[in-house]
Structures are given as structure tokens and as C-alpha cells.
Design a protein around this ligand. Structure first.
Ligand SMILES: [Ca+2]
Length: 339
């Protein structure tokens, strides 16, 4: 099967928007009383940063969580993790939905680290179950039928989001914004970064479809997320928040192998959430972004170019970050008392 050909055909399906609609930043007015309604699409459990992103989101009054959709691998286990964390926060009315388990074409085996849920879920939590609706159906319904535009924050492989765009071609035009943690530009000071970022590598075809969909997209790539970290004193500060929720988040952080071994880990996904709350924490550059779907070493690589008439801007890409200010902001919110 010529996968390159079929993906070109798929991508053509989601190019009905000849003019790119990039968001006007900042999208939020400082001090506004009306929160931005968001859906978080997550592969929580593989890297602890999804859990940290949820803690940042829940500690931020500027955002209202309309739902959490889980993607990639054991999505029911991921959903149980979300449900447990929300319950510890006293939130039992947020829809949590299981989505797609396999990458679109299934060419790349699902990466499963094996520690997912450890230290958080107990035997009784087997009873926690996501809502019966499929995550892709929920995204389409919530965005198309909701009373106001929704912002989608995608911090996992993009399979759910790609299928939602294919299922409802008007979706991209209805979204208030789409903020993605993914990709890597790998500029002159970033040759140490992997050729392909994890979320894009896990489902290159999904990433290609999403970047071509015409949504008002902000991309938060490895180039900036590897400049922001949480350290042991940060874990202690989150724990000092003093509730079972804070203890669970700190426990997940301290158990995460990279953090346990190195005493620090990257804040990839929280930076994407922060870019929605306080856009001036990052420096955004309008670029044309394609995703490689072939290649022996580069399937899933993000190809970023200065926009031209033939290749217009389709994403605002975070190429700079105020790391110290963001790290302080993250800890303040993740350790915040429950509202
Ligand atoms: Ca993630």
C-alpha cells in the first residue's frame, strides 16, 4: 500500500479553508471574568507532564474544563487516571472520555512505558469508567453544538483530533483555538533534540492532517518545552498545597523515572496550557508547518518554513519562552489552593 499517497488524499479532504485563520494573540484579556472553555486531549500516564498540565489547568481560574479526552494505548486506564485526579479535586461532573487506541495507520507500535497509573490508582478505582460517548464524537459535539467557541489543548498523539477534523470538516472553523504540544524545529542551538518529537512520531499521519486542517493553531514544540523544568523543590511545593490532590500530583512527579533519577523533568505539556492562559510567556512566530509522513529516520518530523504565497502560515509556533517566569507561574498555580 502506498501510504504516502493515501495520506495525501486524506490531507486533501481537510484543506477546505483556502485562507488560514490564525488566532489573534493575546486571546485573553487580562483580568477578564469570563473563563476560556477548554477540552484537554491527553495521553496522561506516559510522561508525568500531562498530570502536571492538568494541575496547572485546574489551578487556573482563567480556564474552565469542558471535558478531557484520552488518546493512544490503554485509553480507559488513562481515563481512570483523569477521573481519579478530578475526584481528588472534588470535580465529578467533568466529562472524561476514552478515544482512539491505535495510530491512524498503525505503522508505529504503541509506546507503553508500563508505569501508567502506578501510585495513583487503587484496586477500587477499577470502577472508575469514562463516559460512554467516544472521545472523537464528544469533541465534535462539544465544539459544534456548544453555546460558545471552545479551545482544544492537545498534549498527546493527535489521533483523536485528526479523526475529529475528518469527521466534521467545519470543526476547524468553529474552534476558538487549537494549542498543541508537539513538533521540533531543531534550530542551530537545538541539534541535541531528537529528529522527531514523541507526539508527532507516535502518529505522523494524524499530525499531518491536523496541521493541514485550517484551525487557528498554536504549536508549542520541543525547542521551548525542553527549556522549562520542575525540580525537587517544586515537587515539595506542590505537595505543600496540602490536599489529597496535591499529594497525588507530587507523588506522580516523584515516581516518574526521569525525575526520580535526575531530580528534574521537563514541563512540556504545562507550557502548552500556559500559552493559552498567558500567551506572552512564549514568543510566537507565524510559520508554515508540514509533517513528514515518510522517511527512514524522519516520519513525524515537523518541517517549519517562513511562510510564502504558496506555503502560507498555518501555525503560530512558540520559538521563545520566558523560562523563569513560566516555571514560577506553573508552581504557583499547581500548588494553589482549590478554588
Ligand atoms: Ca502528553
Amino acid at each position: 500500500m502506498n501510504c504516502g499517497r493515501c495520506i495525501a488524499d486524506l490531507a486533501a479532504l481537510v484543506r477546505p479553508y483556502p485562507t488560514t485563520r490564525l488566532p489573534d494573540y493575546p486571546t485573553r484579556t487580562e483580568g477578564t471574568a469570563i473563563p476560556t472553555r477548554v477540552i484537554l486531549d491527553t495521553d496522561i500516564g506516559t510522561d508525568v507532564d500531562d498530570c502536571l498540565a492538568l494541575a496547572l489547568l485546574l489551578g487556573s481560574p482563567e480556564l474552565e474544563l469542558a471535558g478531557v479526552t484520552c488518546v493512544y494505548g490503554d485509553v480507559r486506564l488513562r481515563a481512570r487516571m483523569v477521573l481519579k485526579l478530578l475526584a481528588l479535586r472534588g470535580m465529578t461532573d467533568v466529562p472524561v472520555l476514552a478515544g482512539v487506541e491505535q495510530p491512524l495507520l498503525g505503522r508505529v507500535p504503541v509506546y507503553w512505558a508500563g508505569h501508567e497509573g502506578a501510585g495513583l490508582l487503587e484496586p477500587a478505582d477499577e470502577a472508575l469508567a469514562p463516559a460512554p460517548e467516544h472521545a472523537v464524537d464528544f469533541i465534535v459535539r462539544a465544539v459544534m453544538e456548544g453555546p460558545e467557541p471552545l479551545h482544544l489543548i492537545a498534549v498527546g498523539p493527535l489521533t483523536n483530533v485528526a479523526l475529529a477534523f475528518l469527521r466534521e470538516p467545519r470543526l476547524a472553523g468553529r474552534l476558538a483555538g487549537l494549542t498543541i504540544m508537539g513538533g521540533a524545529m531543531r534550530g542551530p542551538e537545538a541539534a541535541h533534540l531528537p529528529l522527531v518529537e514523541h507526539n508527532f512520531r507516535c502518529d505522523p499521519e494524524a499530525a499531518a492532517i491536523v496541521l493541514a486542517a485550517g484551525a487557528p493553531t498554536v504549536l508549542v514544540p520541543l525547542d521551548v518545552t525542553t527549556r522549562v523544568v520542575v525540580r525537587r523543590e517544586g515537587a515539595a511545593r506542590i505537595r505543600a498545597g496540602g490536599t489529597p490532590f496535591h499529594a497525588a500530583v507530587a507523588e506522580q512527579l516523584e515516581r516518574y523515572p526521569r525525575f526520580r533519577d535526575q531530580g528534574r523533568t521537563f514541563l512540556h505539556d504545562p507550557l502548552a496550557v500556559a500559552a493559552v492562559i498567558q500567551p506572552d510567556l512564549v514568543r510566537l512566530t507565524d510559520l508554515h508547518v508540514d509533517v513528514e509522513t515518510g522517511g527512514r529516520h524522519t516520519a513525524g518530523a515537523s518541517l517549519m518554513l517562513t511562510p510564502t504565497a504558496d506555503a502560507p502560515a498555518n501555525a503560530r509556533v512558540a520559538l521563545g519562552v520566558d523560562a523563569a517566569r513560566f516555571e514560577a507561574f506553573f508552581l504557583e498555580r499547581a500548588a494553589a489552593a482549590q478554588g
